[in-house]
Every structure is written in C-alpha cells, then in structure tokens.
Design a protein around this ligand. Sequence first.
Ligand code: SAM
Length: 261
Amino acid sequence: MTELQPAENLYDYPHYYDLVYGSDWKAEFEFLLHCFEQHALCMVSRVFEPACGTGRLLFRLAKKGYQVSGLDLSKSAVAFCNRRLARSGTSEQVFVGNMCDFQLDHEVEAAFNMINSFRHLDSEQAARDHLRCVAATLASGGIYVLGLHLSPAEGTTTDGESWSARRGHLCVNSSLHCIDRDLEQRVERYRMTYDVYTPTRNFQLVDEVAFRTYTAAQMAELIASVKDFAVVETYDFSYGVDQPIEIDERTEDVVYVLRKK
Ligand SMILES: C[S@@+](CC[C@H](N)C(=O)[O-])C[C@H]1O[C@@H](n2cnc3c(N)ncnc32)[C@H](O)[C@@H]1O
C-alpha cells in the first residue's frame, strides 16, 4: 500500500529530484556551451546558476574546467550540490540564498537558469530585482541564459508533465499538474508529486508550487525595464543551437539569451 506524505517542500528532497531530473542534462549542457561560445562577448570561464538546486549542470561544468558558483533557497539541495562538487574535485561551493537578493564576491561571464525556476519569483518587483542582481554579477558582454514557459495568447497550454527514473532499487515517478491558472493575478498553482518505490516501502510525497505567469509581451516589458540587458537570441526547449525561434502568440517554451550591455 502507498503511504501519502504531505511534503513541506519537494525541493528539500534532492536525492529524488536529482534522480528524476538529473539524468536530463546533456542537451542543456551542450546548448549552454554553445551559448557561452556564440553569444558572450568575453571568454567564459566563470559561471553562476541562481536557483541551482542539486547542481545537475553545475558539477558537470566544474568537471569541464569552469569556475562555478550558485545559490538556492533549499538548504538540503545546497548541501547535496556541495557534496557532489567536492566529489568532482572542485573547491567551489554554492550557498543558501534568495535569487532576488544576492551579491557575489566575484564577477562571472555567464549565468543560467534553465527550467522555470525564475517563475517561482512571485512579483514583478522580485523578478526585476533578480534580473538586476544577475546583471550586477555579470561582466560586461556576459550572458544570462533564462529558460521559462510563457502563457501563449493562442493555442493550447501544457497542463502537466510526468517523468520516471530508476537507480538500483530506488524508483521515482514525478508529476507536475496544473490545478489552477489565473492569468489576471498572474499565478499558476501546480500539484507536484513524487511516487517513491523502494524494496521495503512505497510512498507518495505531495506538494504545491506556484509559478508567476508571463505572456510574451509581459516578459518583453520586464526585460526592457532592466536597462543593463539586451535580448540577443531566443531558442526553445529543444535546445537546437541552429534553430533560434521568433517568439509569437503561440510560443510556450522559450530560452532567452540576455547579454549585459
Ligand atoms: C525546478 S528546480 C531547478 C533546479 C536547477 N536549476 C535545475 O535546473 O535542476 C527550482 C529550484 O528553485 C529554487 N528556488 C525557488 N525560489 C527560489 C528563490 N527565491 N531563490 C533561490 N532559489 C529558489 C528551489 O529551491 C529549487 O531548487
């Protein structure tokens, strides 16, 4: 029988998060390398990930020789990330912090935030503060690669996704389903679950997460309000480096490449 466990915050279960999402990294990783090469006007050697979670991309960048840094609100995710960075042989560490209020003690040439974490910021002010903090940390000509789902003005909106992963005797099925969308208030609430199977126990962890919504126009207005950034290219979540996209009313997933002026 499956036990039901309401979870305070599913991001505080980094082992399960990383099992499910950590295996999905290659396309994003190669895409990031391309963006560093193609869009930054300076040589990228230092990279930063706000809301880094378990650092599934960061530790691979560290192994490739980049100097990495990051922050996340979740203490458990930060601890998980730091243990793995140490195992990868890097002395760099990420820290617990809020992505709309931080300062690094060094500049970086690139920052990235790939899968909607930015939309956890629940107000225009917080989103603007975040972009300003990232801009302040970037060297001139450096880039911020920012991936998120927009609310399309036409066509259908994706309401949920499911993933599954197994390692040894541990199997985790994860799902994210929209339970409420209010485009006036600009908030979507999602039910997020992990179904965890071990040889001795099956249980389900349940949480709710909120995302701020953005139409293409709202996102354009936000970016324009942060004078330090210019959009230099846009892609989608297929990460096709030769297939930049033009955002229109139907666009849902988009990766903005912002460059610091
Ligand atoms: C979907 S996970 C993404 C993790 C990682 N970036 C990745 O690509 O796997 C979202 C992360 O955002 C973090 N988060 C949410 N709000 C935050 C905030 N205001 N400041 C820092 N981290 C935040 C959560 O703790 C969680 O680890």
